[in-house]
Unconditional design. Structure first.
Length: 153
């Protein structure tokens, strides 16, 4: 059962270490501990990558869409792990099956849905992620992440 919670930007900042200009999740609208989370990324023209990608036609880089999915999964891991996540970081281990279906442009609101596909231990998690805009898939990917101690990073 999905918990009826919303995590705002302050909650997110307390869960993951990302900050401007690389913090890519504005809020979390759905969360089910150890199962799934849905984040929102509101895409604005003021983001620095649009100056060069591309000056004539602003398109959000695919790698940043995958990063937004990964940050949503890091929020899920941190929130699900509670005190165990304190003083830890969540790092990418692999990205698989990434597909980019349509461009994301300024003004879009991306819905970032991540689901736990496998949890091999308390520190290694595999996810399936789907980013949508207006109900249409823009990106999908599977990825693996590991939670490590900050001092070991």
């Amino acid at each position: 059962m999905t918990d009826n919670i919303t995590l705002n930007i302050e909650d997110i900042i307390n869960l993951i270490p990302h900050r401007y200009p690389i913090l890519l999740v504005d809020k979390v609208i759905e969360y089910e501990e150890n199962v799934s989370a849905t984040g929102i990324k509101n895409v604005t023209f003021n983001e620095p990558h649009f100056m060069g990608h591309f000056p004539e036609k602003s398109i959000m880089p695919g790698v940043l869409i995958v990063e937004a999915l990964a940050q949503t999964s890091a929020i899920l891991v941190a929130k699900s792990s509670g005190e165990e996540a304190k003083d830890k970081l969540v790092y990418f281990m692999s990205i698989d099956k990434a597909k980019f279906r349509r461009p994301v442009v300024p003004g879009d609101s991306m819905k970032l849905k991540v689901t736990v596909a496998q949890r091999r231990s308390s520190s290694v998690w595999k996810f399936d992620g789907v980013a949508t805009v207006d109900g249409k898939i823009v990106t999908e990917a599977s990825f693996t992440a590991m939670m490590i101690d900050r001092k070991d990073a």
